[in-house]
Structures are given as structure tokens and as C-alpha cells.
Design a protein around this ligand. Sequence first.
Ligand SMILES: NC(=O)c1ccc[n+]([C@@H]2O[C@H](COP(=O)([O-])OP(=O)(O)OC[C@H]3O[C@@H](n4cnc5c(N)ncnc54)[C@H](O)[C@@H]3O)[C@@H](O)[C@H]2O)c1
Length: 314
Amino acid sequence: MTTSSIQHIAVVGAGLMGHGIALELAAYGYDITLHDRDQSQLERARGGITEGLARLVDIGRITAKEAAGAPARIAMGTDLRSAVAGADLVIEAVSENIEVKRTVFRDIDAWAPRHAIFASNTSTFMPSLLAAATTRPERVLVAHYFNPPYLLPLVELVRGDLTNDETVATMRALYEGIGKSPAVVQREAPGFVGNRLQMALLREALAIVDAGIASPRDVDTIIKTSFGRRLAVAGVFEVFEAAGWDLTLAVADQLFPVIERSTEPPLSLREKVARGELGLKTGKGFYDWTPEEAAALRGRIGNALAAIARLSDA
Ligand SMILES: NC(=O)c1ccc[n+]([C@@H]2O[C@H](COP(=O)([O-])OP(=O)(O)OC[C@H]3O[C@@H](n4cnc5c(N)ncnc54)[C@H](O)[C@@H]3O)[C@@H](O)[C@H]2O)c1
């Protein structure tokens, strides 16, 4: 199957990720069916699609005319069977629950055309687990986006044990064709690559706060005003190539023995979650959030990502 043979894409799950994935593909001319079992989620998705398309115009990725044409290419519905019946590619973005996902994969395997590729946006589940619910494991893989999916270029394409080269090549070409940055994860591993790296940083940040070395606010300042800024334009290997591996080894000799190595999240985090301090959505996490402050943070992240997208050729 070639990229040009992908015309019709079904996106299953119209939440935060699903609607964002759908709007970008529609902006580039693909015919989309966006499915959710919950009609109210589809209605909410409409507003998100309009906002996301406006943002893509704002950063210069698409023209106002392309944005205006996109919503008409997104058909919405609550019937999964009809949503996937004509699909060349199905992208699954339902809730992160293995049983729910495996049921969806079993159903789409029965109802989608034999040639269709199935991609899951799961954050954690191995593609082989999902492929095993189908009769086409060679055409199943993970296509893991980061949020917001239409502003962050990366899609991790994670191969399962049986995913074939043609499937990976087709997905890579599809994403390159719409200006994204697909990266192939050759061997499936929990968390793939991006989330393993993020969690390594979070484990150390939590340990620093628990040990009283610095406050959450100061940890965030340290990240945002130093290496975080650099990481937006140079990857970890590029950064240390520039620093020199001799210096890097000397620092690693000192720090690897003392940085956090625990195999469980800290008790302090479990207690915070048990208290309902979940972050923006409950108005309190490590910081206190009024609704205005929460909206301001979301706006700041969105605006900065849009500005980086305008500048970046990464
Ligand atoms: N939120 C993120 O930052 C992020 C980033 C990368 C990947 N992901 C992954 O993307 C997937 C979706 O996450 P989200 O944040 O969009 O969640 P969400 O809760 O916003 O959306 C999930 C949607 O799936 C729908 N749904 C649930 N079961 C369904 C079913 N059986 N059939 C049809 N629709 C069903 C729900 O109604 C809901 O609209 C998850 O696997 C998640 O791990 C999320």
C-alpha cells in the first residue's frame, strides 16, 4: 500500500487527541470520518476543530482557504461500523484502557477493508497487544502523537513484533507528506521513547523537591530558562556532542551515582493524587490554579509552541 492509496482515514475517539489528529489530516486534504461513542464528545470536537484550524492558519502551516475547506471533509458519527467501512487507515484514539482498545481493534478488524492499516495513539500499550486482537498484525502499529497533536510535529511510529516494513513506510510517507516528523521506534518498549525520557526527568524533579533541594517553582524556572530552551532546538545527543563527551563523562561519573533510581513513584505523589490535587483540572497540584490562571498557562504553552513551529526547521 502506498501513501497515495490512503484517501480515507477513520479516527476513532474524538476527545482531546482524536479531534486534533482529525483536523490536521483534513487540513491536508484527507477525507476523515471521526467516530466517538459519545455524541456530546463529537459536538465538543466541532469547536476544537475550528480553533485548531485557526491556529494552523495563524502559524502559517495552512491557508485560510484550506482551513475553510477542512470541516466539510470531516464526517462525524457514533456508528463505528459505518465510520471504518471505507477506511484505508484507522487511527484509534479512545481512552487509555487496554480492554476498551482491544475491543475497538477487534471490531474494526471485522468492519474495515482488508487492506486498511490500524494505528493506535496509545501512550503506553505495546502495539503487539493490540495487533493480537486482529487478523492483520502485519498492518498494525502505534502512531503516538504528543498534545496538541497538530502543533507538535512528532509522531512515534512503534513497530510491533509482526508489523511489516510496508506499513511503516506507508505511515512514514503519510506523515512526511503533511509536514510532521515521524520517528520510527524499531523495537516496542513500554513508554516507547518520548515518555520514557519525560518520566526520567519527572522522577528526578520529584526527588529534588522531596529532598528539599529546590521548590517546584524553582525547578520549573531552572528547566525553562536553561536546558529546556535548548532542547527545543537540539536533541540530547546533539547537545552533548556540542559539550564534548569527555566533559559529559566526567559529569556522569559524579552524578549517576547520586541521581534518583527508584523503581516506584514517590509516596508524596501518591498522597497528592489521593488528596485530589490533580493539577489544572482540580485547581491545585504543586501550584494553586484559578480558572483564569489555568487558561493562561494553556494559552502560554499554545502560543509558544506556535511561535516555535513558525521558527523551527527541526
Ligand atoms: N492527552 C494526551 O496528552 C495524550 C498524548 C498522547 C497520547 N494520548 C493517548 O490518546 C488516547 C486518547 O486520549 P485523550 O487524551 O484524547 O482522551 P479523551 O478522554 O479526551 O478522549 C477519549 C475519547 O474516547 C472516547 N471513547 C472511549 N471509549 C470509546 C469506544 N469504545 N468507542 C469510541 N469512543 C470511545 C471517549 O468518549 C472520548 O471522547 C489515549 O490512548 C491516550 O493515552 C493522550
